[in-house]
Ligand binder design. Sequence first.
Ligand SMILES: NC(=O)C[C@H](N)C(=O)O
Length: 311
Amino acid sequence: MLPVLVVHGGAGYVPTKRSDDSISGVCSATRAGYKILKEGGSSMDAVVETVTQLENNPTFNAGCGSVLNVKGDVEMDALVMDGKTLDSGAVSAVRNIANPIQLARLVMDKTSHACLTAEGASKFAQTMGVPEVPLESLITEYSRMRWEENLAPDANPVESQMGKMGTVGAVAVDIAGNIACATSTGGLLNKMEGRVGDTPCIGSGGYADNNIGAVSTTGHGEAIMKVTLARLVLFHMEQGNSVEEASDLALDHMKSRVASLGGVVTVDPQGHWAARFSSLQMAWAAAQKDTLHYGLYTGEHFTQSIDGPQQ
Ligand SMILES: NC(=O)C[C@H](N)C(=O)O
């Protein structure tokens, strides 16, 4: 069953003209992460590489392609967690870097803290030699268009975003049985300056514990934090539920308790995995036993050889 990698590209609704790019984006990032696992690399290396590729892909709301805040700026959140030690690293409201997930990992590896924010995170990035990139390099025509649309007095950015989420995340179990998660996002469309969502919060945007499993989440951050969605999935697994049942129970609770939709990718130490969502769509992919699995709509599950024609 091991190794295994499961990836999401955000819960919500993917406009038809962007759905092929979303599917091919999650599939190629999954291939890259799975290669690391197959060669004996760690689950942490695999999830960070996978999420880095998705941050570099302008289709997704993370890194280049992030949504803009109300001022037209990009402020990004990211989290990694290591299931062996329960160490985690996060950055919130970080600007002018290409790969927040790599900075989150540096917070975990090189500081005694779990999260750095805003200017402090930028100063740390400089100290670590992470190159500063111009704001313009993170902004796509599409994200600027959606920002402008949502500045109108009658606009409803939360409603509009539920349509198109695009946060990215990955969970993995490596050959040694170590488990990790990584999640990265530009957050919510036209959010207030300084708004921090669920993504960098342990237990909400993700969680990993070698004894239970790992989860990466996507959805409306304020709702995800109310139910600590990632830890809630793992709680249900601790109660004896399968990865699928636990994921569905947690998503059902978020829907009934706080009327919010979302999605998760989940693994357990044996290598069972799930990609579940209550939203209309979630681009997802998984790799196990040299097979690539992927889908977009509820119930959709395609498979092909990992070395087959590029999806
Ligand atoms: N697209 C998302 O999943 C958004 C993210 N959870 C946030 O609220 O920041």
